[in-house]
Design a binder for this molecule. Structure first.
Ligand code: ASP
Length: 330
């Protein structure tokens, strides 16, 4: 049994959001993902850690990366993973989420992973089931495993060992208002000691967004409305997609995509304002040519595919901690 893996009992039954985690919890997940990452690079990418456990991926909103990544994470740890999507489930026949969850629970899974367009759904389900629940993105609320994989990626590229993300300057740019990725990252990154600049059109900036970081960290979050200002001196630049699907039919918060791209799109000129070794991130899917020019997405500065790779490791770590995994035990 690896001592680093069993060193601390994880004090949570579910992973519903970053809000409920403290620095030690986040660091534990990141450290464990570092340990597990190597499994993904072996020729035989499988360990018996979650053998006999059942993991249900209940994805009622579209997903490419997160769903695949959770499925791969479960399979690489030998769990039986089952995928349910919106169109193939009884949700499309009018079944309530609670009925769906109760029926799945009757089959005795160990973990249910939920993505849903309504904020709060995973928390609701967690109150009615006896297995662990992981939030894989709920509406505009939280996307905790995305924030964890983002922090793991930044820590690897920019962190000083043992210091988390202390004093790193991180710019998060785009549709902050509708982004669950931004919300979870504001909490996770400030808990790890980073300083954030949130940038986007005023119409896509939530009110009192600094407050998301909590009273002790709110002075480490600033808001600005000019991309140039946000990028100046940044160690990390994270670009976000406009969440058109959450704006409402026909609604718009800016004149047009071309204008948005002109003022808030990351290109070679604007990126030159960041530190010369700044990394560029995006949670995907990228709208190439809108929030980020293709040459930047494909450049040496981009760590976007590292984020995806860390996604598997972080999800393995979460499944291990919440699904009752064991190393070296029979
Ligand atoms: N994939 C991320 C999410 O599910 C970001 C995005 O869709 O823009 O929130």
């Amino acid at each position: 049994m690896s001592p680093s893996i069993k060193a601390r009992e994880f004090p949570h039954r579910h992973l519903l959001g970053i809000a409920e985690l403290n620095e030690a919890d986040i660091t534990q997940i990141l450290d464990l993902s570092e340990t597990l990452r190597g499994i993904n690079e072996r020729p035989i990418k499988k360990v018996p850690t979650l053998r006999g456990r059942t993991v249900i991926n209940l994805f009622l909103e579209n997903s490419t990366r997160t769903r695949t990544s959770f499925e791969i994470a479960g399979k690489r740890m030998s769990a039986d993973t089952i995928n349910i999507s919106g169109s193939g489930s009884s949700a499309s026949k009018g079944e309530t989420m609670l009925d769906t969850a109760r029926n799945l629970m009757a089959m005795n899974p160990d973990v249910i992973i939920i993505r849903h367009q309504a904020s709060g759904t995973p928390a609701l389900i967690a109150q009615h089931v006896s297995c662990a629940v992981i939030n894989a993105g709920d509406g505009t609320h939280e996307h905790p495993t995305q924030a964890l994989l983002d922090c793991a990626t930044i820590r690897k590229h920019k962190g000083v060992p043992g210091q988390g993300l202390k004093d790193l300057e991180i710019a998060i740019v785009g549709d902050i208002d509708h982004s669950r990725v931004a919300r979870s990252n504001i909490m996770a990154m400030t808990k790890l000691g980073a300083r954030l600049c949130l940038c986007g059109p005023a119409t896509l900036m939530p009110r009192d967004v600094e407050g998301l970081a909590g009273p002790e960290a709110s002075e480490r979050v600033r808001v600005c409305y000019r991309l140039e200002e946000a990028l100046e001196g940044a160690d990390v630049v994270m670009m976000l997609r406009i969440q058109n699907e959450r704006l409402g039919a026909g609604a718009t918060r800016f004149a047009n995509t071309r204008e948005y791209s002109r003022y808030f799109g990351l290109n070679r000129n604007t990126l030159s304002l960041a530190k010369p070794d700044a990394i560029v991130m995006h949670p995907g899917p990228i709208n190439r040519g809108v929030e980020m020019m293709p040459d930047i997405a494909d450049s040496m500065r981009s760590v976007i595919l590292d984020q995806v790779a860390y996604g598997v490791a972080v999800r393995m770590a979460t499944l291990y901690l919440l699904g009752g995994g064991s190393f070296g035990e029979s």
